[in-house]
Design a protein around this ligand. Structure first.
Ligand code: FES
Ligand SMILES: [Fe+2]
Length: 348
């Protein structure tokens, strides 16, 4: 199940240049490149002639020439040259997708282009905000995108999957958790008071005693999870809003379905301490990358079982409240999108 009328991250800004980049998004082949003045373009990566990926071709000025028989397409996906003939068949065109560059990511709209409003792009300003140090990374995951969403909405797994970095048992045994649900949003807030800091926090935050730790997970459909995480020395007032003497970070995740069984996992980490020190950013990123690779091993192992037996019965536990709320929202939005598409077809 893919929701189409949403902005998704298609690529990191530095991945896209004058060499065409192929990426499958929501099951569709897409080719990304930049025009000579740097404007990003996204076209269907399938030549209208005999379906070779256009990404195998090359850029001639602002046109993309197919590697097979040399048809050239402009940035709107219209064929502008067929070698050896003057007449260009009207059917010689490929799909063109709206693209916006923001927060060091290229965002693509896979749905009805008439609905593509850049104001609807989810806010990830921490990634290019001068008040934060930040870096982004990309992981290819051989698993369905919803497994990644589930994972980030239930952070009790940190105690088991990430005990060498961001997890410890206090997360499960000594946490107070609140789940807030709005129309298209779930927020899970977890506080762990007066407990030891996990290894990553000791390493990057220098804590020596117990801490008050928070994890505030903000889910926006289809697959955006922005985590406000941090800790302060215990008793200094973080639960009341006085975040002093500790560290705050934003763990920023944007998952883009590639196929039903594979995903593009764009993520970044922003930190509010030592913000101009690239070594600190690298240290933080190293810790999170270690943890995320542990997650990827989990997703991919889950996917193997899900492929063997699709839609098996599952057992829910208390920690799943946020996950269940998010799935309800996604189910509703999917039904709404399907109904709208059916209405459009009926009206045509
Ligand atoms: S397949 Fe592209 S020109 Fe023939
Ligand atoms: Fe994890």
């Amino acid at each position: 199940m893919f929701l189409r009328n949403y902005w998704y991250v298609a690529a990191s800004d530095h991945e896209v240049g004058r060499r065409p980049l192929r990426r499958i998004i929501l099951g569709e082949p897409v080719v990304l490149f930049r025009t000579e003045n740097g404007t990003p373009v996204a076209l269907e990566d399938r030549c209208a002639h005999r379906h070779l990926p256009l990404s195998m071709g090359k850029l001639i000025g602002d046109t993309l020439q197919c590697h097979y028989h040399g048809l050239r397409y402009d940035r709107t996906g219209t064929c502008v040259r067929v070698p050896g003939q003057d007449m260009i068949p009207p059917s010689a065109r490929v799909k063109c997708y709206p693209v916006v560059e923001r927060y060091h990511w290229l965002w693509i709209w896979m749905g009805d282009p008439a609905l593509a409003d850049p104001d609807k792009i989810t806010d990830y300003h921490w990634l290019d905000d001068p008040n934060w140090g930040a870096k982004t990374e990309y992981l290819h995951v051989s698993a369905n995108w919803q497994l990644i969403v589930d994972n980030l909405l239930d952070l009790t797994h940190l105690a088991f999957v990430h005990e060498t970095t961001i997890g410890n048992s206090a997360l499960v045994e000594h946490a107070t958790v609140k789940v807030q649900r709005a129309q298209d949003n779930v927020v899970v807030t977890r506080w762990i008071i007066d407990q030891p800091a996990p290894p990553t926090f000791v390493k990057v935050g220098g804590f020596t005693g117990n801490v008050d730790r928070w994890q505030i997970i903000d889910f926006v459909p289809p697959a955006f999870l922005r985590l406000d995480v941090g800790a302060t020395p215990t008793g200094t007032g973080a639960p009341e809003g006085r975040r002093v003497g500790g560290i705050s970070m934003r763990n920023l995740n944007a998952v883009t379905p590639e196929t039903e069984a594979t995903s593009h996992y764009f993520w970044g980490q922003a930190h509010d301490f030592d913000i101009h020190n690239a070594q600190t950013t690298e240290k933080v990123i190293d810790q999170i990358r270690t943890a995320f690779l542990e997650d990827v091993a989990v997703f991919e192992a889950q996917q193997v079982n899900l492929t063997l037996l699709p839609n098996p019965q599952q057992t829910d536990i208390n920690a799943d409240t946020g996950v269940i709320q998010a799935r309800r929202i996604l189910d509703r939005l999917h039904q709404e999108e399907q109904a709208a598409a059916a209405r459009r077809v009926a009206a045509e």
